[in-house]
Design a protein around this ligand. Structure first.
Ligand SMILES: [Zn+2]
Length: 293
């Protein structure tokens, strides 16, 4: 499943293709993805200019000149392919590779400059919805989303305020999209590892008796931003390599410090612990019981 860094990498790859361009055609090859495609999808898109391409949590949001937003979610296996002058490129690299399969090219956006942007999604957990830009923050998908992790909204004080008096553990607290938006299983494990905090620790320990942030909250905020930023940077460099490779895909080496390393030696210098895998609410958590307390 694409996590926030992959979605951000896709956004950065698509933005120069889409922003400032007019949509001249749309092929919707089936009526639905996870949900039905928007009503009058073609009429609402064709003729519109894309004025910006934003990301909120794991949603890509194309702002259109007519005032509507096209919101796109990649689900489990969604990808975009850009075809320009007969050359295909896929912005963003994924932890789990999905093969190209034309049968799953569900939506094709045609741009006035001849570029095609193809949405492919074998499992169809992705979706596209449209809504007026002005009312988007109140839309059920967005209304209750928590702080955007790479924005200034996410601070130690914010985490402490949300964690104050909470009974849940840190893993569940960080997985809650109403607290931090778009942070998934992989990067929660990575951030807790970097911060040296156990996923089983009570979230309430991020706050002091007055609800202010503890040192742990400060470390955690720094770790969340840092793991996401490095992952985006890695995606970005892979994208550049990919573009230089004459259409040949380079091997993508996503390196995790703790995720998926069960039974292996902890990578923290001088720790010597062994990474443990535990299942919380059906999702695997990886951590080092020696240096994560
Ligand atoms: Zn360790």
């Amino acid at each position: 499943m694409p996590e926030l860094p992959e979605v951000e990498t896709v956004r950065r790859g698509l933005a120069p293709v889409l922003v400032g361009r007019r949509i001249s055609g749309l092929d919707a090859r089936r009526p639905d993805l996870r949900f039905p495609l928007p009503e009058r999808f073609r009429e609402r898109l064709v003729g519109q200019k894309v004025v910006r391409l934003d990301r909120r949590a794991k949603y890509l949001i194309a702002g259109l000149s007519g005032g509507e937003d096209l919101v796109m979610h990649l689900g489990m296996t969604g990808r975009f392919t850009v075809v320009h002058h007969g050359v295909a490129e896929q912005p963003g690299e994924y932890v789990h590779e999905t093969g190209p399969d034309l049968a799953h090219d569900h939506v094709v956006l045609r741009l006035a400059d001849g570029t095609k942007v193809i949405y492919n999604d074998p499992r169809r957990f992705g979706f596209m919805v449209m809504m007026p830009h002005a009312s988007r923050p109140e839309h059920p998908l967005f209304r209750k989303l928590g702080a955007e992790p790479l924005s200034e909204e996410l601070t130690a004080a914010y985490l402490a305020r949300r964690a104050f008096g909470k009974k849940v553990n840190l893993k569940a607290f960080l997985m809650d999209q109403h607290v931090v938006a778009g942070l998934g299983n992989i990067y929660v494990s990575e951030a807790l590892f970097q911060a040296g905090l156990s996923p089983n620790r009570a979230a309430s320990t991020l706050a002091n008796a007055r609800g202010g942030p503890t040192e742990k909250a400060r470390k955690l905020v720094h770790a969340i931003k840092s793991v996401l930023e490095s992952a985006i940077e890695a995606g970005g460099s892979t994208l550049r390599d990919y573009r230089n490779a004459n259409g040949k895909k380079g091997a993508f080496q996503q390196r995790f410090a703790v995720y998926d390393r069960a039974g292996k030696t902890c990578l923290k210098p001088n720790c010597g612990g062994t990474v443990r895998r535990e299942v919380h609410s059906g999702r695997a958590t990886f951590y080092c019981p020696r240096c994560q307390r």
